[in-house]
Design a protein around this ligand. Structure first.
Ligand SMILES: NC(=O)c1ccc[n+]([C@@H]2O[C@H](COP(=O)([O-])OP(=O)(O)OC[C@H]3O[C@@H](n4cnc5c(N)ncnc54)[C@H](O)[C@@H]3O)[C@@H](O)[C@H]2O)c1
Length: 282
């Protein structure tokens, strides 16, 4: 039993290990981000935790360090935090340069930061429009550009962008958010085609409805949560942990020939949700 566990473990490790990889992760302290950063560190990566909010960043760094005892760390593995406000171009450049300088390279850029404000198309004011666009799209665009400059020099790199179910399917009151997330998938394809010659690949993850601080308001809402459950075949929200397996696949060399793709993780939402009534013996 122990032998077979060991051989399965080392087989999986050979394919999916992140040992030796440096990951710059934006939105690290968020509901999905913090779970993925812990997962990446547990899979052997050095993770540069990047976000606004120095206090929460320091806490997360401590939590991750406590989870991985010194003796089980990979050689040279390190988790550290870097302040990053994606609305500031100088912050973006400083953050990328600092991470590249500390670790000597950036193997994976994981663009997870994102915001939403639920307002109707006729209600959205310019300041809201600009803020969502700045963080979800402009910030992601320019941090990818900065990171790609380092990746090009290294002759390899990997970019993972957080898209959304709203990249393709709309809910009411998400017009600006949905537009940014559709643009993120278009941008992912541009990165894949323009940067392949530099050894850089790019893919996107499109979570469906995941329970995090960003979406608690929806899942606690009396009518919206019923509306959502009917549209998800599994009739429940996903958890950030249920995003991790796909994130590990995309960050590891197991997906080395995969580029320009968007992977949906949505409990059967895009497939059609809860079926209508039909005759069946079961
Ligand atoms: N939760 C869901 O159901 C869901 C579904 C689809 C897509 N997503 C996407 O997944 C990602 C993470 O979402 P979440 O649910 O964990 O949300 P969250 O609000 O918990 O996390 C968002 C993160 O972005 C960071 N951020 C906000 N403004 C920033 C700025 N100016 N500069 C740098 N970082 C900033 C926040 O500090 C936070 O850590 C987002 O891109 C979101 O759009 C979430």
């Amino acid at each position: 039993m122990a032998d077979s566990e060991t051989s399965v473990g080392s087989y999986l490790e050979k394919i999916f290990s992140l040992s030796g990889k440096v990951i710059l992760f934006t939105g690290a302290t968020g509901g999905i981000g913090s779970v993925l950063c812990k997962g990446f560190a547990n899979a052997g990566a050095s993770v540069a935790l990047c976000d606004v909010g120095a206090g929460r960043l320091a806490e997360l760094e401590k939590e991750i360090s406590a989870e991985i005892p010194e003796e089980s760390k990979e050689e040279g593995q390190d988790v550290s935090s870097f302040p990053l406000d994606l609305t500031r171009m100088d912050d973006i450049k400083n953050c990328v340069d600092q991470v590249a300088e500390k670790y000597g390279r950036i193997d994976v850029l994981f663009n997870c930061a994102g915001i939403n404000r639920r307002e109707g198309l006729l209600d959205v004011e310019e300041s809201t429009y600009d803020r969502i666009m700045q963080i979800n799209l402009k910030g992601l665009y320019f941090i990818s550009q900065e990171a790609a400059k380092h990746m090009r020099k290294a002759g390899k790199g990997n970019i993972i962008n957080m898209a959304s179910h709203n990249s393709v399917g709309m809910l009411g009151g998400c017009s600006v958010y949905g537009a940014t997330k559709s643009a993120v998938t278009a941008l992912t394809r541009s990165m894949a085609v323009e940067w392949a010659k530099f050894g850089i690949r790019a893919n996107a993850i499109a979570p469906g409805h995941i329970l995090t601080p960003l979406t608690t308001v929806t899942w606690e809402h009396p009518t919206r949560s019923r509306y959502l459950k009917e549209r998800i075949a599994m009739e429940r929200p996903g958890t950030p942990e249920e995003i991790l397996g796909t994130a590990l696949l995309l960050a590891s060399d197991a997906s080395a020939y995969m580029s320009g793709m968007m992977v949906h993780i949505d409990g059967g939402c895009l497939a059609g949700g809860v079926p209508w009534d039909f005759d069946t013996k079961y």
